[in-house]
Design a protein around this ligand. Sequence first.
Ligand code: FES
Ligand SMILES: [Fe+2]
Length: 403
Amino acid sequence: MSRTEAEFTRPPQLPATHFVDNHVYYDEGVFAEEKEKILSKTWRFVLHESEIPEVYDYRTASVADTPLVVARGKDGKIRSFVNSCSHRGAAVLRRPAGNLRAWRCMYHLWTYDPTTGECTSRPRPEAFDAVGLRQEACGLREVRTELIYGLVFVNLDENCMPLEEYIGDSLFLQREMIDTVEMEVIDFFELNLKCNWKNWMETNMDLYHEFMHVANRKTSLQIPEYYTRNWHTFPNGHFTVDRYSVEYNKYPGWEDREDSLALPGMKEDEFQITDVFPDITFLTRGTVVRIDNQIPLSPTETLVQYRALGIKGESEEDRMRRIRDYHSIWGLFGRNLPEDCLGVKLQGDAIYGGQVPYTYWCREENNLSQDDIAARTWWKEWSRLMGRDQSQPFEPESTVAAE
Ligand code: FES
Ligand SMILES: [Fe+2]
C-alpha cells in the first residue's frame, strides 16, 4: 500500500537508534558542526608511510579544510604541519608531493625547515626588530601525527587520546596482513563524488547492497558463510566483519586468485572489511588491501581517495597480477566501484532536496553480516560527538547526547 504525505513524513515507528533524519546528509549547519566536532577532533588517515619513503619527501593533505603537509624529516621521522605561511597565510608547498630540503613560501620568501617546521629565514629581517617579531616565533604550526602499522594519521586536536588507544583492537584482522611484511601503495586515485561523505562511508557498513553488484551475486551471495559472518564492534565507533572465501571463478572471465600472492594471514580468496570512525575503510581481497579515506568538500560533495597496498619488493609479474586483481573489481573501471558510485548518486539525488525524510538502519540478524549493527555503532558515535541524536538532530534535548 502506498503512503500519504502525512504518513510518509512522520518519524518511523522504530527505536531512535534505528533510523536517521536525512537532514544530517545535506544541512549546511550540520556539515559545519561536523567539521568542528568530528572531522577536526578524531584521528584521520592521511597516507601510508611508503608514500614518503625518503628523507625530505612530503605530500600535502587536507583535513577539515585545513591544508597540511606531511613530511619525513632528516631524522627519518614523519611529522605534519599546517601548510600555510606564518607571514600572511599562503600555501608554502604548492605541489601535491615532492622532496625539498627547505620550504620557501613563494609570496615573500619566508623559509621553513621541513624537519622542525621552524622559520629559518625572512628577507630583510631587521624590519621586524622594531616590533620585536623574532624569527623563532614564526614557525609553522605542527599537527599531531602518529603511525600504526605504517598508516599515518593526524589529529588537529592536540589534546586527543593517543592513536593506538583510539584504534584499540579494531584493526586486529588487518594487523598481520599489513604489519608483518613491508607494504607499499601500489595504486592511487581519487574521485569527486556528488554525495555526502557519510553516504560513501555507509556503502561499507551495509553488506546487503552487495545484491546490487553483479560480481558479488556470481561469486559470493550463493555461499552460506557469506551470511553467517559476524560483525564485531569497538569503542570510538569502529567495527569489522569476519572473512569469507570468494569464488572468483564463478564470474565469467575471472579466474581464482594466485595463492602465492596471498597477504600474510590471509587466504588468497578471502574478503574482509574494517571501518575506522569517522571516514576510513580497509577492504581486503586476499591479495590486495584497499583503503578509502575522505575529504568532505561540502554537504553534498566529497573527494574520496582510494589506495591499494601490496607487498614491497615483489617481482614485476607478481605486481602486475596484484594490480590486476585490484582493478578488476575496485579500479575506476572495475566491476564494483562504479556501481557503488552510482548507488550513492541515486541516493543523493533523491534525499538531498528533502524529498525523502528518513533513512532506515533497522535490520537485526543477531549481528550477522546483514545486520545493521555496524551502521548503528557508527551513528551512535556520530551522535555522541555531535551532541545530537541522528534521528532527531534538531531536538534541543537529545537522548543520545544525554547518555
Ligand atoms: S605569505 Fe609567505 S612569505 Fe608572505
Ligand atoms: Fe559495494
